[in-house]
Design a protein around this ligand. Structure first.
Ligand SMILES: NC(=O)c1ccc[n+]([C@@H]2O[C@H](COP(=O)([O-])OP(=O)(O)OC[C@H]3O[C@@H](n4cnc5c(N)ncnc54)[C@H](OP(=O)(O)O)[C@@H]3O)[C@@H](O)[C@H]2O)c1
Length: 352
């Protein structure tokens, strides 16, 4: 399986490294022999139809700041869209920064890849939060898969749990802690009596928060993830603009301490059901599966029949997210080789 890797930051490098480290296991257990034939960053591309190894590409990236300095294979100034259209491959892995305003540059990369008949795997939530219904339709139209496990929950398998493991079961409602930064901040304000500003700078120092943490604090990051989960779980064609959002910016420490004394700590809860779809600070009881501390994520599904399924795990991290991308690659490989699923044949839609 030949891959074009667009974006060579935290997740992109970790994923490439993982592919090389797990090469033997992937071949033996999954019959998968992935070959990275192109890597693209902002400075250009490195292309080699024989395959690019992690050690060589990461050394060049570290030394020169761009993969396009690769001797023999480098194409300085090359644009991802050109590479996606021109380089022969079966799939593109899109790992550029998430942008919730217009989804770019990932939106264009994903559309170009699907139009040129390439399967897409991405951890980039921007394009999906803004246009998942349209992108699903484009994937169907072009007979390609669109896989995006890493967009919600980092390495914790929220999406694959719903899409794969719970098939045939009906989810009535979903609640989640979908943003690790705000959970870390609320935990610190409660347990260490930090101010919001101090807790946020700790989150940045520890690498949990982005340099621009406004999307975390104002709840938009969680809303984007809820929009993706709502499409996947309920087959409802919605985007992030349909989600009611209230962040944690105006919460005062007194309210957090009083809630903690009542044993109902405040968490930034994302909720979706046929009646509700929103993100807001809520009190949760101490024995609620959503009452997690630190940078964790959690998701709790209420099932028809009154039972619950909960999953808790690390919601971000380059390596963890790269593991989710790898799971998608294995799933792609399996779907391409399963009977009746020849490459180019119609693929399943999220919406039935
Ligand atoms: N990190 C996490 O824990 C995590 C968790 C879940 C999901 N995600 C998602 O995964 C994606 C990647 O995250 P990351 O942490 O790896 O980001 P990152 O470290 O900022 O890396 C982004 C990469 O994209 C490249 N890039 C930016 N614009 C580009 C363009 N127009 N064409 C080609 N390449 C371009 C950058 O190039 P340069 O290197 O030249 O700057 C960089 O290599 C994001 O969408 C993020 O939201 C990340």
């Amino acid at each position: 399986l030949r891959l074009i890797l667009v974006g060579y930051g935290n997740v992109g490098k970790s994923f490439h490294n993982l592919l090389d480290q797990k090469r033997e296991m992937l071949r033996r257990v999954h019959g998968l022999t992935p070959k990275v034939v192109a890597v693209v960053d902002k400075g250009g591309a490195a292309i080699d139809p024989r395959g690019l190894r992690y050690d060589a590409v990461s050394r060049v990236k570290h030394r020169s700041g761009t993969v396009s300095a690769m001797p023999g294979a480098g194409r300085s100034g090359a644009k991802a869209s050109d590479i996606i259209g021109d380089v022969d491959s079966e799939a593109m892995v899109e790992l550029t920064p998430s942008n919730l305003r217009d989804g770019e540059p990932g939106m264009t990369h994903i559309i170009e890849a699907m139009r040129s008949g390439k399967h897409v795997i991405t951890a980039n939530k921007g394009p999906l939060a803004l246009a998942l219904p349209a992108l699903d339709e484009l994937a169907l139209h072009n007979g390609v898969r669109l896989l995006f496990s890493g967009t919600v929950g980092g390495g914790t398998p929220f999406i694959s749990l719903i899409r794969r493991s719970m098939r045939g079961n009906e989810v009535v409602s979903l609640r989640g802690i979908l943003n690790g930064t705000t959970n870390f901040v609320l935990s610190s304000m409660e347990r260490n009596r930090s101010t919001l500003e101090d807790a946020l700078s700790d989150a940045k120092r520890l690498g949990y928060a982005e340099a621009d943490s406004s999307l975390d604090v104002n709840g938009l990051d969680a809303a984007a993830k809820l929009a993706i989960l709502t499409n996947v779980t309920f087959g409802r064609k919605i985007t992030v603009s349909d989600v009611a959002v209230e962040g944690i910016g105006s919460i005062d420490q007194g309210a957090i301490l009083r809630a903690s004394e009542r044993k109902t700590p405040i968490r930034l809860v994302a909720e979706a059901s046929p009646e509700v779809m929103g993100v807001a600070p809520r009190e949760v009881s101490a024995d609620d599966p959503l009452c997690v501390y630190g940078p964790l994520n959690a998701m709790c599904l209420a099932m028809e029949g009154g039972w619950q399924v909960s999953v808790v795990g690390k919601g971000a991290g380059g390596l963890e997210t790269a593991q989710a991308v790898l799971r998608d690659l294995v799933e792609l490989r399996e779907s391409l080789s399963s009977p009746g699923q020849a490459p180019g044949s119609p693929v399943e839609s999220l919406y039935g």
